[in-house]
Design a protein around this ligand. Structure first.
Ligand code: DGL
Length: 262
């Protein structure tokens, strides 16, 4: 009941930091090890088999760091690999899934938009959820072409990014969507620009807070919580560029953290 081991989080890059932020906010006593596989980013256009291999390597790293639970903070890796991970390892995994269910339930125009990677749209989870919960709703989908690279390279506030998003979002506006589901953990970092290009009435859904809640529920259920209000340790490992991760973190948090390049 007082387990000081860290929670592990991985993503193809910096996107999962949007999930890290929510987990740290909700679970302030928990230490966290974050693994950014930026050298292999993007995962979105890779084959299922390639993503499974990468996901297993990321999990092995986090297990080596003694993690007690792993959050796959990547929709694409969840879609391709979570079934295999759950079969192969005894530890619990929490995955990401585009928030099609709440968007469909709350849509008044009966039209929603989903932005995600190719890998996520091809996944069984996405297809099942859409079939089950969006029966009477028009689900408009769009692959977020170039968006992961834009975030990874910190080009969020460039003029070209706004123009690119305007083009990408335009069909959604024509379809009168009232909810936009962000189906990739990189996309919440585009929120300020998305807000500028979307009509006011369109609600943007980021599943990160729900994933943090689910992490809490599983820790509690498995009696893995850390209740001491000591000093949690935040470690970040990247296979890519350390400066980019560092810049993101400086903007995201005022907490102390250690950063390592692999
Ligand atoms: N953050 C990943 C996701 O949620 C990005 C995918 C990619 O690397 O293409 O899907």
């Amino acid at each position: 009941m007082n387990d000081a081991r860290p929670i592990g989080i991985f993503d193809s890059g910096v996107g999962g930091l949007s999930v890290w932020k929510e987990i740290v906010k909700l679970l302030p006593n928990e230490s966290v090890v974050y693994y950014a596989d930026s050298a292999n980013c993007p995962y979105g256009s890779k084959s299922k088999q390639e993503i499974i291999e990468l996901a297993k390597r990321n999990v092995d790293f986090l297990l080596h760091k003694q993690c007690k639970l792993i959050v796959v903070a990547c929709n694409t890796a969840t879609a391709a690999a979570i079934d295999d991970l759950r079969k192969e390892y005894t530890i619990s995994f929490i995955g990401m899934e585009p928030a099609v269910k709440p968007a469909s339930l709350h849509s008044k125009t009966k039209s929603i938009g989903v932005l995600a990677t190719e890998g996520t749209f091809n996944g069984r989870l996405y297809q099942q959820t859409t079939k089950r919960f969006a029966k009477d709703v028009k689900v408009n989908i769009k692959v977020g072409d170039k968006l992961v690279d834009i975030v990874e390279n910190n080009l969020i506030f460039e003029k070209e990014t706004k123009e690119h998003l305007q083009k990408l979002i335009h069909p959604f506006i024509k379809m009168n969507i009232d909810h936009l589901v962000l189906g990739c953990t990189h996309y919440p970092f585009l929120m300020p620009v998305l807000r500028e290009v979307l009509p006011q009435n369109v609600k943007i859904l980021d599943p990160a807070p729900a994933v943090a809640k689910q992490t809490y529920n599983i820790l509690k259920k498995e009696r893995l919580t850390h209740q001491d209000t000591g000093k949690p340790i935040y470690e970040f490992y990247t296979t890519g560029n350390m400066d980019i991760l560092n810049n993101f973190l400086k903007k995201l948090t005022d907490k102390k953290f250690s950063l390592y390049q692999l």
